[in-house]
Design a protein around this ligand. Structure first.
Ligand SMILES: Nc1nc2c(ncn2[C@@H]2O[C@H](COP(=O)(O)OP(=O)(O)OP(=O)(O)O)[C@@H](O)[C@H]2O)c(=O)[nH]1
Ligand SMILES: [Mg+2]
Length: 319
């Protein structure tokens, strides 16, 4: 595994692609690999792009990739996560067709990820994929995901900067307000600003931001873009960079990453505890205690506390 980790750290694109396939297929090699890579992660800038189906996210990301490559030559990756699609790998998604202009650019890595039947694991798989890319020396990782509810919010939790793409005339703004994504957005993009209703949408978003009366020092800016012809992309990239600078200068960057890692460790703990609990459902001692509870000889809390203590201390064997 050390060899794989080293090849990935050197930026071997084929190995990066294979590693992401391991992640998607839950191949058992993925865990030792991610562990070997972990010390070399945490450097890439993770930019989340979300919005309703057809809002122009892929077109926008495509433009941003060109912008970053042309101006700064940084290594870029795009992970297009689609919680509504079972397809992975990229060849089947229309998105990739639009990205072909980067196909010959060694500094750009594009990958799409679908559910493969288990939606719950998608955010986790996407996180592991960003780690592989990060260890491979990628400077900027765009995570595109279509806005369809909780899975998208989970995926946006991976990003340092969350960008929400809205389009005029779609009634988006109100929906977004309800869905509670508003609070997570660091930046609003009004794409398709060539269409009627742009002014109104900008106004609506401003109004909502005003109503939210955030005390935070960063007020989410609103960028207008026409990703179809590239208008507004330079400004958008400048705003994304400004947010990155703000995060780093204010200490928010460290703080967010700490919260994220804490959440990850807690999730792993929760899953492990659940696994141990399930292993004990049929334990005769546990059954006996439950019988005592039913006979009103013991109270539920007491039994639960006692078993949690035992389970936390053991690797899942019968206590
Ligand atoms: N008028 C106009 N059309 C645009 C603009 N940007 C993208 N489109 C069109 O909107 C359609 C959807 O664009 P995509 O980039 O595929 O949108 P998406 O959000 O990635 O779509 P999904 O991934 O399917 O959710 C395409 O036909 C684009 O050509 C724009 O600025 N103005
Ligand atoms: Mg797309």
């Amino acid at each position: 595994m050390q060899e794989w980790a080293e090849a990935i750290r050197r930026g071997d694109r084929r190995k990066v692609a294979r590693a992401i396939s391991w992640i998607e297929n839950r191949d058992e090699r993925r865990e030792p690999l991610i562990e070997a890579l972990f010390p070399y992660t945490g450097k890439a800038c993770l930019i989340g792009i979300t919005g309703a189906p057809g809002a122009g996210k892929s077109t926008l990301v495509d433009r941003l990739v060109s912008q970053v490559r042309r101006r700064q030559g940084k290594k870029v990756a795009v992970i297009a996560v689609d919680p509504t699609s079972p397809f992975t790998g990229g060849a089947l998604l229309g998105d990739r067709v639009r990205m072909t202009r980067h196909a010959l650019d060694e500094g750009v890595f594009i990958r799409s990820m679908g559910t493969r039947g288990h939606l719950g694991g998608l955010a986790h798989a996407a996180k592991e994929a960003t780690r592989v890319l990060d260890a491979a020396g990628t400077d900027v990782i765009f995570i595109e995901t279509v806005g369809v509810g909780q899975s998208e919010i989970d995926i946006m939790h991976l990003a340092d900067t969350v960008t929400l793409v809205l389009t005029p005339g779609s009634g988006d703004a109100v929906q977004v307000f309800k869905a509670g994504i508003m609070e997570t957005a660091d930046l609003f993009v009004i794409n398709k600003a060539d269409m009627d209703g742009t002014k109104k949408l900008v106004h609506d978003v401003e109004e909502m931001l005003h109503l939210a009366k955030s005390e935070a020092p960063w007020l989410p800016p609103i960028c207008e873009t026409v990703s179809k012809d590239g208008r507004g992309i330079e400004d958008l990239w400048a705003t994304l960079e400004a947010h990155d600078a703000y995060l780093k200068e204010s200490g928010e960057w460290e703080k967010r990453r700490f919260v994220r890692l804490r959440r990850e460790v807690q999730e792993i703990m929760g899953e492990e505890l659940t696994r141990r609990l399930q292993a004990h459902v049929r334990d005769p001692c546990f059954q006996r205690d439950l019988d005592r509870v039913q006979a009103r000889e013991q109270v539920p809390h007491e039994v639960a506390r006692c078993w949690l203590e035992r389970l936390a201390g053991k690797g899942g064997d019968t206590p």
